[in-house]
Structures are given as C-alpha cells and as structure tokens.
Design a binder for this molecule. Structure first.
Ligand SMILES: Nc1ncnc2c1ncn2[C@@H]1O[C@H](COP(=O)(O)OP(=O)(O)OP(=O)(O)O)[C@@H](O)[C@H]1O
Length: 295
C-alpha cells in the first residue's frame, strides 16, 4: 500500500498461557532505516519479531507491514525476512543450497550480492552447514538476510556469535546496502554500544512493554549526565526527569532523560556543573532497572 508505514502495530499483545510476552505494544516505523530492538532476557523481542514476520497469531491487537496484515498473508510475508538466532537454513545440506532456497522464496533476492557476502565472510558454497561453527552460521544468516533485500528484514540476535571483525563487516554492509536499496531493518541485539552507530531509531522493550520508541538523534539530545557538587546537582534536578543518581564524597552524578532544554544546560554550565552524554548501554540499563518504578 503506497504511503503506508513500514511497520505499524496497535495494542499488540501475545500470551503464552499465563505469561504475557508482549503487552499492548503500539509502534510505527515510518521510514526506511535501521532500528535497534533492545530488551533484557525474556523482554519480548523474539516474540515481537515473530509477530511482525507473521509467524504467530497475536493474542490481541494488530500488526501491519507495508499497510497489510501479516498473519496468514503470504503476499505480505514474502516481503518480510526474519533471521532467527544464527539462522534457519531449511534442513538443506550445503551453504549453496541455502542460497538456492532463499532465491526461490524471496522476490527481492540478489544472488550476486549473496555471492559477494559469502566471499567476504569466507564461506564457500560447498561447505556443509552441519560443519559450520556458530559464528559461521551467524555469518550465513547475515548473508541470507542482507541478500534477501526484503522491504522488512529483521535479525534476531543473528550476529551475536560472530567474531568482532565479522560483526563490523556486517554493520558496514548493512549501512552501505541500505543506502543503495532503502528498506527497513530491525536488529535485535545485546551488543548495544558497538551496534549503536548503525541505529537510526531505537525500540526498548521491558517485560513485554515498549518503554522507549525514539529517533537515535533525539535520544542523544534528551539524555545527559550532570556531575558536580551534590547540592548544585540536586538543585539542577528540581523539576527534571531523574533516571539515575550516584554520590561519592560530596560529588554527585545525575543522569537525566527529559525534553531537550538548552537554557537548562547553559544554566548548569554557568553553575560550574559538567554535562556529558549518556552511553546508550547505560541509558538502557537505567530504563530497564526494576528499581526505577519504585523511585
Ligand atoms: N514458546 C513459549 N512458551 C512459553 N513461554 C514463552 C515461549 N516463548 C517465549 N516465552 C516467554 O515469553 C517471554 C518473552 O520471550 P522472548 O523470547 O520474546 O524474549 P526475548 O526478549 O527475545 O529474550 P532473549 O533476549 O532472552 O532472547 C518470556 O517470559 C519467555 O519465557
């Protein structure tokens, strides 16, 4: 559907018996780009991706990709590629066979690009899949996902077992290829800091709920830590959104997450306080801290 958001969910919920894996998640991804999906273990990331790919029927709410409902809709799901874990290769024997399967299933498949990626990841098409290491399986999953060129592609912790140079190659390919062929990519990962540079937007799930859905640039503007003498840091905190506070021998460091306000920042600097950006991983830890609700 022309002009429809790439991904749209409304009050999307999923229950496994008595467990609420996802609880009324509403989100819209308008633009092509790379979105980071973060959450602690069991937060609901895989459940959300499985629902977006049409693998599961929601217990409640709706999910649309490119304007179309996805569950039981082959036309819609052929435009979605979800690579789960180190990848599922359909029970075939060799790397080259997995590419053949993907070519048959994926309307936007680019075989030449797949061959280039296999070469870069040093994976020969004749290699037996059952003899690949976990990291090599991840690299195959990454190659299958990238070469699918699906309008919605999701990687569910696919690259976690790959070594650092291979992961960096993946991030570079992702950024380069999305510029050439704009599409929406969701990357679920626990490797937050190293992947942060590829994220245009961020989704954070906590216990099945969406606690943050924001552009990466805006997050950088909204989050900062103010450090200095305790009394001045406390004065600065008045009326702000305090996420975390640390004190040591009369000095305090308070992490805020609120609306950008340049005058407050100027005031803080004028008061001799130091302002610094918050690493994404710290922000994630603070936002998903179980003690936060109590504070
Ligand atoms: N097949 C299932 N049967 C029952 N409960 C499930 C099933 N799959 C997931 N769950 C539960 O649903 C919740 C969300 O799980 P999910 O796998 O979506 O989390 P996740 O964020 O992907 O976690 P991780 O980072 O550990 O992979 C968890 O409480 C999990 O125990």
């Amino acid at each position: 559907m022309a002009g429809a958001p790439a991904v749209e969910t409304e009050d999307l919920s999923l229950r496994y018996g008595g467990t609420a894996a996802l609880d009324r998640v509403s989100l819209r991804l308008e633009e092509s780009g790379v979105y980071g999906l973060l959450g602690r273990n069991g937060a609901g990331k895989s459940s959300l991706l499985a629902l977006l790919a049409g693998y599961l029927r929601p217990s409640g709410g709706t999910v649309r990709v490119g304007g179309e409902p996805v569950f039981d809709n082959r036309a819609a799901t052929s435009r979605i590629c979800l690579i789960r874990g180190s990848g599922e290769t359909g029970g075939v024997t060799r790397v080259g066979d997995a590419l053949g399967l993907a070519e048959a299933a994926r309307p936007h498949w680019d075989g030449d690009y797949a061959a280039v990626l296999l070469d870069r990841f040093a994976l020969a098409p004749r290699r037996r899949i059952d003899a690949l290491s976990q990291g090599q399986l991840g690299a195959l999953g990454v190659a299958l996902g990238l070469a699918s060129r699906a309008p919605l592609t999701a990687f569910d912790e696919t690259h976690l077992r790959m070594d650092a140079p291979s992961r960096h190659l993946f991030y570079r390919e992702l950024l380069d290829d999305i510029l050439r062929y704009p599409r929406t990519v969701i990357l679920s990962t626990h490797l937050i800091e190293e992947a942060a540079r590829v994220f245009e937007g961020l989704l954070i799930l906590d216990q099945g709920r969406l606690v943050l859905h924001e552009d990466a640039d805006r997050i950088r503007e909204r989050a900062f830590t103010v450090t200095g003498p305790e009394d001045r840091v406390a004065r600065f905190a008045d009326g702000g959104t305090l996420l975390h506070e640390k004190r040591l021998g009369g000095t305090a460091a308070a992490t805020h997450f609120g609306e950008p306000d340049p005058t407050r920042a100027d005031r803080a600097r004028g008061d001799g306080l130091e302002l610094s950006p918050v690493p994404l991983q710290d922000l994630f830890i603070h936002l998903t801290d179980p003690a936060r609700g109590a504070r």
